[in-house]
Design a protein around this ligand. Structure first.
Ligand code: PEP
Ligand code: MG
Length: 579
C-alpha cells in the first residue's frame, strides 16, 4: 500500500482500476494470456531486448563519435539495464507466473524498478529513474509490437494515472469510463484541473512521482477533496473509502434538490449564478445544476479538441448550439484565450520561454487578425439567435482593448456590407485578470459594458506564482490581501460606473469565498456547473448584512492565513458540514 499526498482539485472519492499512461500517453492494457502463449511472449520479449541492445550500441557509438565519450557514456547505463539480470529475470517471472503480455510485464516490472530507485535517498539513483523510463519507452515503442491503446478505446471503468495531462486531453476523456485521475504535476487552477471540476470527476494533481508507484491494474483510491491517492489500499482502508464515496454521493444528491430554488439571501437579495462551459455539450448539465446562464464560454477548446483550426462555420455551429440549449438565458462568449497552458499544435512545436507572460490570449488574436475575425464574425452571426455577449480576455492595456473593439467594429461593417444579419447592440465586456487592468478598472469601466474578474490569472500575475506549478502551489492563494484589494476595487469601479461585474475564476465556485465576495458587492458568480449547488446553499443561508460584515472584517487582515481561518469559521457557523 502506498499513500501519496498531492493537491486535490476536484472533490469526490473514487476507487478504481488504474490505467497508467506511458511516456507517450498511451495505455498499456493489462491483458491475460493463455499458458500456451507464454513461450511466444517470452520470445517476443527476448527479441526485443536483442534488437534494442543493437540499436542502442549503434546510437551510443554515434554519440561517442559526435560528442565525445563522456556524453555517449550516458547510454552505457541504458545498455546495462538491458543486461541487468534482476530486471530481465523479474520481467520473465512476471510473464510466466502472471500470464500477462510482454508489454504489460515490461511496463509493470520497470515501474517497480524505478520505484525502488526512488526509495534510495541518493541523487544519483533518483536521477536514473528518467533513464529507466527512457528504456521502457524504447522497448515498448520500437521493439515490442504496437499493442497500445489510446484512452478513446476504453471499455471498462478506470482511473487514469499520468505524469501530466494536457487540458485538451482531459477535455477529451471518455466521461463514461474515466471515473477519476491523478497526475505527477499540475496546480489547482491549471486548465487540466478546471476541466476535471467541470466534468465532476475526482482528481488530484501535483503528486510528484505517483506514476513510478502505480502499475496498470492496481486498485487506486482518489480522494479529490483531501488531495490523497492510495495505491493498493488494505481492506480496512478500502472499506473506509467506500463509505466516503457513498457519503459524497449522498451529499451531492442533497445539494441537487436546491437546483430549482432561487439564489437568494435570507433577506431577499438576489444573486445570479452562472456556469463556465467549454462547449455546448456542457449547457444542459449546467442548467440542471441551477445555472441561470453562461458567464464564461471558454471557446479555445474548439481549437484544442480538434486537430485543425476551426472554420467560421465551426465556430458558428458551436455558438448557435449553445444559444439554443440556453433557451433565452445569457451566453457570455469569451474570445480565444489560447496560449500558456492551452497551446495549439503549432505552439507545441516552438514553445515560448515564458508562455504565461508571452503571446497568449488577446495578444495572440491581435497578432492574427484573420483568425480573430473568423471568430468574431461567427459570434456576431449568433447574436440574432439569443442573448449573446462578447468578452475579451487578458486585456492589460487600454490600447489592446481599443484595438479589439476596432476589429469588432470592422467585422460588423463587413457583415453589414454582405447583408448578413446580426445585432449591433450586444454587450461587450472584458476580463480583469491582469493587475494592470484591475488597477485601471475605473478607466476601463467607461469603455465596456461589463467586467468579469478572472481570479485564476489575477492571482498568478499578482503574486508571481505559476498557476500550473505544483512546486509553488502553496504560494498560490486567493485570500492574499493584495488579490482581495484588487477584487474589491474592481467591483467598486464597476458599481460607480453602473456596469455589471462578475467573478468567473475558480474562486467564484469555492464555498470558502462565497460570503466574502457577496459582502464585497458581487452580484454575479460564474463557476463550473458542479460547484453551483454548494455556493447557492451558502447564499441561501446568510443575509447581505452578515456578508458585508464578514467582508469588512476580512479587508482589515494583512495575511492570507487570517483571512482563510476567519472565513472557514464564519462559513461553518452557517453550514456546519462545509469543508
Ligand atoms: C481566469 O483566469 O480566472 C479565467 C477565468 O480564465 P482561464 O482560467 O481560462 O485562464
Ligand atoms: Mg484567465
Amino acid at each position: 500500500m502506498e499513500i501519496k499526498k498531492g493537491i486535490g482539485v476536484s472533490p469526490g472519492v473514487v476507487i478504481g482500476t488504474a490505467v497508467v499512461l506511458d511516456a507517450e500517453d498511451t495505455v498499456i492494457p493489462k491483458r491475460q494470456i493463455a499458458p500456451d502463449e507464454v513461450l511466444g511472449e517470452l520470445t517476443r520479449f527476448k527479441n526485443a531486448i536483442q534488437s534494442a541492445s543493437t540499436d542502442l550500441k549503434l546510437f551510443r557509438d554515434r554519440v561517442d563519435a559526435e560528442h565525445g565519450k563522456e556524453i555517449g557514456g550516458i547510454f552505457d547505463f541504458h545498455l546495462g539495464l538491458l543486461r541487468d539480470k534482476s530486471l530481465l529475470g523479474g520481467i520473465e517471472n512476471e510473464l510466466r507466473t502472471q500470464f500477462v503480455t510482454a508489454e504489460y510485464a515490461v511496463s509493470t516490472v520497470m515501474r517497480r524498478f524505478a520505484a525502488a530507485f526512488l526509495k534510495i535517498q541518493d541523487r544519483y539513483f533518483s536521477e536514473r529513474v528518467k533513464d529507466i523510463y527512457d528504456v521502457e519507452k524504447r522497448l515498448l515503442r520500437t521493439h515490442i509490437g504496437q499493442r497500445h491503446e489510446g484512452l478513446a478505446t476504453l471499455t471498462t471503468d478506470v482511473v487514469v494515472i499520468a505524469h501530466d495531462l494536457l487540458p485538451s486531453q482531459t477535455a477529451s476523456l471518455d466521461r463514461k469510463h474515466v471515473k477519476g485521475f491523478a497526475t505527477d504535476v499540475g496546480g489547482r487552477t491549471s486548465h487540466t484541473a478546471i476541466v476535471a471540476r467541470a466534468m465532476g470527476i475526482p482528481a488530484v494533481v501535483g503528486l510528484g512521482d505517483l506514476t513510478a508507484h502505480v502499475s496498470g491494474g492496481d486498485t487506486v483510491v482518489i480522494d479529490g477533496g483531501r488531495g490523497v491517492v492510495i495505491v493498493n489500499p488494505d481492506p480496512e482502508q478500502l472499506a473506509g473509502y467506500q463509505e466516503d464515496a457513498r457519503a459524497f454521493l449522498r451529499f451531492e444528491s442533497e445539494l441537487a434538490q436546491l437546483s430549482s430554488l432561487p439564489a437568494e439571501t435570507l433577506d431577499g437579495h438576489q444573486v445570479c449564478l452562472q456556469a463556465n462551459i467549454e462547449g455546448p455539450e456542457d449547457v444542459y448539465d449546467a442548467i440542471e445544476r441551477g445555472a441561470q446562464g453562461v458567464g464564461l464560454y471558454r471557446t479555445e477548446y474548439l481549437y484544442l479538441k480538434g486537430n485543425q483550426e476551426p472554420t467560421e462555420e465551426d465556430h458558428y455551429q458551436s455558438y448557435a448550439e449553445a444559444v439554443r440549449r440556453l433557451s433565452g438565458r445569457p451566453l457570455v462568449i469569451r474570445t480565444l484565450d489560447l496560449g500558456a497552458d492551452k497551446y495549439t499544435h503549432a505552439q507545441l512545436a516552438s514553445p515560448e520561454r515564458n508562455p504565461f507572460l508571452g503571446d497568449r490570449s488577446i495578444r495572440m488574436c491581435l497578432h492574427d487578425i484573420p483568425m480573430f475575425k473568423r471568430q468574431l464574425r461567427a459570434i456576431m452571426r449568433a447574436t440574432v439567435l439569443g442573448d449573446v455577449r462578447i468578452m475579451f480576455p487578458m486585456i492589460s492595456t487600454m490600447m489592446e482593448l481599443r484595438q479589439a473593439q476596432l476589429v469588432l467594429k470592422d467585422v460588423m461593417e463587413e457583415l453589414e456590407d454582405e447583408g448578413v444579419e446580426f445585432r449591433r447592440e450586444i454587450p461587450v465586456g472584458m476580463m480583469i485578470e491582469v493587475p494592470s487592468a484591475a488597477l485601471m478598472a475605473p478607466s476601463f469601466a467607461k469603455e465596456v459594458n461589463f467586467f468579469s474578474i478572472g481570479t485564476n490569472d489575477l492571482i498568478q500575475y499578482t503574486l508571481a506564482v505559476d498557476r500550473t506549478n505544483e512546486k509553488v502551489a502553496g504560494l498560490y492563494c486567493p485570500a492574499h490581501p493584495a488579490v482581495l484589494a484588487l477584487i474589491r476595487d474592481t467591483i467598486r469601479a464597476g458599481a460607480r460606473n453602473h456596469i455589471s461585474v462578475s467573478v468567473c475564476g475558480e474562486m467564484a465556485g469555492e464555498p470558502l469565498y462565497t460570503l466574502l465576495l457577496l459582502g464585497l458587492g458581487l452580484h454575479t458568480f460564474s463557476m463550473n456547473g458542479p460547484d453551483i449547488p454548494e455556493v447557492k446553499k451558502i447564499i441561501r443561508s446568510t443575509t447581505m448584512e452578515h456578508a458585508k460584515s464578514v467582508a469588512r472584517r476580512v479587508m482589515s487582515f494583512d495575511s492570507e492565513r487570517q483571512v482563510m481561518h476567519f472565513l472557514r469559521e464564519e462559513t461553518r457557523k452557517i453550514i456546519p458540514e462545509a469543508f
